[in-house]
Design a protein around this ligand. Structure first.
Ligand code: KG4
Ligand code: ZN
Length: 323
């Protein structure tokens, strides 16, 4: 089964062609990082306008690289949430149009769940059950993924997502955008350091996260201690985030008895997070860098494992779609 996937939930316009859920024939990603860099974050209206500008080219390139035409495609899969509504609508409407005209099967995909499927593309032997830690610019979640499409959310962020905290702290310290890779690079040169920020919510028994207080703690410390190098602050911040994520992940493994772990989302590119998770007593999987961040291959892969099609006439873009 050949599925064409479309992803426009945030600031990447991506179209991919995937065969039988695990074999990527093409995965074209047009990133808008340069558009948003000067604002230090994604500007929603600019993002939607760029999706409209790019989507036809990205779609044509994806079919060309796969050496297929739309007639060879069996189904269309598209992210319908969560994300920026104006961005989601561009991909959704494009997907509906081609699926409607060509009478293709149609799947609406949850972006957070799709991030997990980046791992199934990368690791052909991987199957549920596993614990997924999904950490991106928009989400921080711990999920017990029991079978394809069957899962229990163990914990989620109560405020800022981990990646969002990275981006905000980087902006505060005058580092580049996006903040995660910049801070990670600094950590590699500087860490470890003696400065220690709080580990948010680690003493709470639940598996939820909260990173907005940490961001405030970094802000207050930075203002009050101008003599401390930014590199030290950034490094201490990364240690706090990773320590918090890994503590909760360990607790999830203990509670469920599942010793197979999957990392997903943009923050799963983080070198310290990978290092710490690899050291756990568990089987650990994570995607290559290109599949960590937003892409359409993961959307098409997710669709292959869905039991039911969706109705393209009634489907909606849902900015706060839950997993
Ligand atoms: O999954 P993603 O591309 O988009 C969302 O769905 O949000 O994740 C983007 C996030 C950004 O916040 C970025 O700063 C973060 O992933 N990120 C990282 C690293 N690379 C990207 N965070 C920490 N360390 C990294 N190496
Ligand atoms: Zn994402």
């Amino acid at each position: 089964m050949i599925i064409l996937g479309i992803e426009t939930s945030c600031d990447e316009t991506s179209v991919a062609v995937v065969e039988d859920g695990r074999h990527v024939l093409s995965n074209v990603i047009s990133s808008q990082i340069e558009v948003h860099r000067k604002y230090g974050g994604v500007v929603p209206e600019l993002a939607s306008r760029h999706h409209i500008k790019n989507i036809v080219y990205v779609y044509e390139q994806a079919l060309k690289e796969a050496q297929l035409s739309l007639d060879d495609v069996d189904a269309i899969a598209v992210t319908n949430g969560p994300g920026l509504v104006g961005s989601l609508l561009v991909g959704l409407n494009f997907a509906r149009a081609i699926a409607y005209v060509k009478k293709k099967k149609f799947f609406a995909i949850n972006h957070i769940e799709a991030h997990i499927y980046a791992n199934l593309i990368e690791h052909k032997e991987l199957t549920p059950p596993f614990i997924a830690l999904i950490v991106s610019g928009g989400h921080t979640m711990l999920v017990h993924y029991k079978a394809y499409g069957e899962f229990e959310v163990l914990g989620t962020t109560l405020d800022d997502a981990a990646g969002e905290a990275y981006d905000k702290v980087a902006k505060l310290l005058g580092l580049g955008y996006p903040g995660g890779p910049e801070i990670d690079k600094i950590y590699r040169k500087t860490g470890p350091v003696e400065l220690k920020f709080p580990r948010p919510k680690v003493r709470h028994k639940d598996l939820n996260f909260s990173f907005s207080g940490l961001k405030t703690a970094v802000n207050v410390f930075y203002k009050n201690n101008p003599e401390v190098p930014k590199e030290v602050i950034a490094t201490a911040f990364q240690e706090s985030v990773v320590d918090t994520l890994v503590t909760k992940l360990k607790r999830a493994i203990k509670r469920t008895g599942i010793k197979r772990v999957v990392l997903a989302g943009g923050v799963s590119a983080n070198s310290l997070l990978r290092e710490r998770v690899l050291a756990l007593d568990a089987e650990v999987f994570y995607p290559s860098l290109i599949l960590c961040t937003d892409n359409a291959a993961m959307v098409a892969a997710n669709a292959y494992f869905k039991k039911e099609e969706d109705d393209l006439l009634t489907v909606d873009a849902i900015p706060n779609l839950k997993m």
